[in-house]
Design a binder for this molecule. Structure first.
Ligand SMILES: Nc1ncnc2c1ncn2[C@@H]1O[C@H](COP(=O)(O)OP(=O)(O)O)[C@@H](O)[C@H]1O
Ligand SMILES: [Mg+2]
Length: 301
């Protein structure tokens, strides 16, 4: 794997205490290499969003370490974390988190505003980002006057505005029809391929998961080699590179990378179908605050 951009060590997240204690993550060890595309897959409640929020430094672990580019983040101040998130990460979430009464351009350039970039440069870079998403002609529209697919493209433009090294996407196509989903996915994977932006995608959509170079399967807050009831044999291949899977997720054997050994595991069609079933979950409304732009007022879906 390329040098890790993100690493975790024995990551534990416990919500509540006493009777209401819930162990959402139970000791996660993983590495995400620069330029990888990684899917975090699991049933509803398995801890996917929690893991993503910790990786994205939106929330802190109860125990354990998240390191960004080899640097542990545990002792950074809130201000340092905000700056780091704002400069290193882009966020694409199911609920868009656009500010409805602001223009598309204002929404896209919000991370720059937070970073203190002057207005003229914000505008220039904002239009450039919108251009990439073929949305420049909508710069002055209100964010509410857009279709779901257009909103998600605005969100991606915003995610790109700071040249992030990692884009975190939590159910990025959860609110989109399948044709629009395909467009949004193609954009995200294009950014991964062409700009080397690391992509971390939380999804219950097995097709989307399989477009990623690697899948991390979560069950009850733990990483497992694959989702339950799989009886597949283990292939001997090692060292599979991210991005070697064909873009089409409908043909060929389903391969997963065993997270601890890196072994490539080939699943039978029956196992693949089982995983697909197990990974299904209805889209859920988010419970967490808006990402990267946490100081964004009145974030709404
Ligand atoms: N802020 C919170 N307070 C209490 N429990 C939470 C909180 N956030 C998540 N949980 C619980 O942790 C578990 C994992 O949640 P989450 O990471 O959102 O799962 P997923 O994204 O896989 O559906 C769920 O049982 C959820 O109810
Ligand atoms: Mg979730």
């Amino acid at each position: 794997m390329a040098a890790p951009v993100l690493e975790t060590e024995n990551l534990v997240k416990i919500y509540g205490r006493g009777d209401t204690r819930f162990d959402a993550l139970k000791g996660i060890n993983l590495e995400i290499g620069k330029g990888e595309s990684v899917a975090v897959v699991g049933k509803s409640g398995s801890g996917k969003s929690t893991l993503m929020h910790l990786l994205a430094l939106l929330d802190g672990p109860t125990h354990g370490v998240v390191a960004l580019e080899g640097r542990p983040t545990g002792d950074l101040s809130a201000k340092e974390l905000n700056e780091l998130r704002n400069s290193a990460f882009g966020f694409v979430f199911q609920q868009f988190f656009l500010t409805p009464n602001q223009s598309v351009l204002e929404n896209v350039t919000l991370p720059l505003k937070i970073a203190g970039v002057p207005a003229a440069e914000r505008k220039r870079r904002g239009l450039e980002a919108l251009e990439q998403l073929e949305m420049a002609d909508k710069a002055d529209n209100k964010a509410t006057d857009l279709s779901g697919g257009q909103k998600q493209r605005v969100v991606i433009a915003r995610a790109l505005i700071n040249n992030p090294s990692v884009i975190f996407a939590d159910e990025p196509t959860g609110n989109l029809d399948s044709a629009t989903s395909k467009v949004v996915e193609d954009i995200l994977f294009g950014l991964n391929r062409d700009k080397g932006i690391t992509l971390v995608v939380v999804t219950h959509d097995e097709d989307l998961a399989q477009r990623c170079g690697r899948q991390i399967y979560l069950v009850d807050g733990e990483v497992v080699p694959n989702l339950p009831k799989s009886t597949s044999g283990v292939g001997g291949e090692r060292g599979g590179q991210p991005g070697t899977r064909p873009a089409s997720s409908t043909t060929g054997p389903l391969q997963v990378t065993e997270p601890t050994t890196g072994a490539i595991v080939t699943l039978s069609e029956a196992d693949a179908a089982e995983i697909a079933r197990a990974a299904q979950e209805p889209p859920r409304a988010g419970r967490h605050a808006a990402p990267s732009t946490t100081d964004q007022p009145g974030a709404t879906a």
